[in-house]
Design a protein around this ligand. Structure first.
Ligand SMILES: *Cc1c(COP(=O)(O)O)cnc(C)c1O
Length: 496
């Protein structure tokens, strides 16, 4: 018999590979070190996009060429969330520490589904740390997931199984006879509704409770809605409070919601996607009072925690209820008391993922290297910047604040001063369009990248200051650019 060809995917020339990979690392360190010199964002030219309509490669390529293509075609056209001028949506900036940790994790290529291995112990260390941070009991469980969208969905599933019993996993909702209803605020993130959809409970079974002037859930309306649903024979099973709404950064009165949920015997979940880690800051933590009473908390290390994407997390007060919703016996996943198949329960018992990456490592490095004090200070700093931005908005007659600033999100708009031009009053639609245009102008200028939202029917420029690299000079640049583009557009429209 002929000898089989020895085809491995490892390099033939390790020294050359080593040099090439060091160049790749250096390029990314240069990128982060000098990111300020770049535009926040620029659109990829069509010509560059066509490079990614290439046929499926059949012949062997080469690493240096692929690296060159990355530098030329990909790196300059990312969304820009690592840049200090990025203030759109709620994105973390990442750190060089997290990047270096990602290299180690990739080298190990661990599968964190389970088994008897130290990487799983690192994930458990994060679970223990999060119990401590949120003052959860030792019986609490936690698991890394992609993001808070997934963690929120899983919390709905845990609450559903708790309310209806584990039999629902066999029979499904139809056989059950209970109509489960959930509650969240009108300012909650869209993924709560999506969780109701994906879990089969239905979006119509989510009550969107109106908000007060502080953009918090109106708790009188919440109590009334629960009462009405019970009177109609429905089963209230889930309340999601929000710690840092995506629009304005408002924090629901979590302590009060906890009391209501406890009295009504309803699962109390907190969507703390970006706000929950504010527990690391002594200045922010008091605003989150009541979060420690939740049955479950969903949050992201990849937002305010600055860990590289993706690193979402679900923490559940009662590990057994958490497992009841997900753990499943399978012969090929049989647990043993010794050998590699030991160490039960495994992370795959706490969620729908079986194969999972080592998200815990970049998170462990980030928390280990910076410590919660420094991380908390960087979060508090984004809140100072938000308050500074609010004072700058107040200082300019063309700018108007549209929502109170609780944390690090500022919603405002440009409103041309038309007192000298009584015949040129601007309509509400024109004003909305003007502000959306200003934001697109800012994106294209590469100076700053806020996003837009709608606050009480008004289009708002929304600056979510999440990035630890953002400084006062970036806020000044944002204000100057809004005024510049606003004035240009307003004077054009005046001439028409
Ligand atoms: C970002 C965010 C989400 C979604 O989290 P992902 O990590 O993007 O899935 C949910 N809720 C709030 C309040 C958020 O800010």
């Amino acid at each position: 018999m002929n000898k089989l060809p020895e085809d491995t995917l490892d390099p033939d020339d390790w020294p050359a590979f080593r040099q090439q990979s060091h160049r790749m690392l250096d390029d990314m360190l240069d990128y982060i070190e000098h990111i300020r010199e770049r535009p926040v964002w620029q659109a990829a030219p069509d010509e560059i996009r066509t490079h990614f309509h290439a046929p499926l490669p059949q012949k062997e390529g080469n690493l240096a060429a692929a690296h060159a293509q990355f530098m030329h075609d990909i790196l300059p056209y990312a969304v820009g969330n690592a840049h200090p001028g990025f203030m759109g949506w709620v994105h973390g900036g990442g750190t060089p520490v997290g990047m270096a940790a990602e290299i180690l994790a990739a080298g190990l290529n661990a599968n964190l589904g389970g088994r008897n291995q130290m990487p799983v112990e690192v994930e458990r260390q994060i679970v223990r740390w999060m119990r401590e941070l949120f003052q959860f009991p030792d019986t609490a469980s936690g698991v890394f997931v992609t993001g808070t969208s997934m963690a929120n969905l899983m919390s709905v599933l845990v609450a559903r199984t708790t309310a209806l019993g584990q039999a629902v996993r066999q029979t499904g909702l139809l056989a059950n006879g209970h109509h489960c209803v959930a509650y969240t605020s009108a300012a909650a993130h869209g993924c709560i509704a999506q969780a109701m959809d994906l879990s089969g409970l239905g979006i119509a079974s989510l009550r969107r409770i109106p908000t007060n002037e502080q953009h918090q859930m109106d708790l009188t309306a919440l109590t009334a809605a629960i009462k009405a649903d019970r009177a109609a024979g429905l089963l209230p099973f889930f309340i999601a409070g929000t710690a840092g709404t995506v629009d304005t950064g408002a924090i629901d009165d979590l302590a009060q919601i906890a009391r209501i949920a406890n009295t009504e015997r309803i699962w109390f979940h907190v969507d703390g996607a970006y706000g929950a880690l504010g527990m690391m800051s002594p200045e922010i933590a008091p605003l989150l009072e009541g979060i420690q009473l939740a049955d479950s908390i969903a949050f992201d290390f990849h937002k305010w925690g600055q860990v590289q994407y993706d690193a979402g997390f679900l923490l559940v007060r009662d590990a057994s209820l958490h497992m009841d919703a997900f753990a499943a016996p399978a012969t090929y996943l049989r647990r043993e008391t010794r050998g590699l198949a030991g160490g039960s329960p495994w992370p795959c018992d706490f969620g729908p993922d079986l194969s999972r990456g080592f998200r815990a490592l970049k998170t462990w490095f980030t928390i280990t290297v910076f410590g919660t004090e420094k991380m908390g200070r960087s979060m508090a700093h984004t809140c100072y910047l938000a308050r500074y931005l609010a004072t700058q908005v107040a200082a300019h007659s063309e700018l108007e604040l549209l929502a109170p600033v609780t944390l690090n999100i500022v919603c405002f708009r440009y409103h041309p001063d038309r007192t000298d031009h009584p015949n040129h009053q601007i309509t509400a639609e024109q004003l909305d369009e003007l502000n959306r245009d200003i934001v697109a102008d800012l994106h294209e200028s590469g100076i700053a990248a806020p996003s837009t939202t709608t606050i009480q029917g008004k289009a708002a420029i929304r600056a979510a200051i999440v990035n630890h690299r953002t400084m006062q000079q970036d806020i000044d640049a944002l204000i100057a650019a809004v005024l510049h583009h606003g004035n240009i557009r307003a004077s054009i429209s005046r001439r028409i």
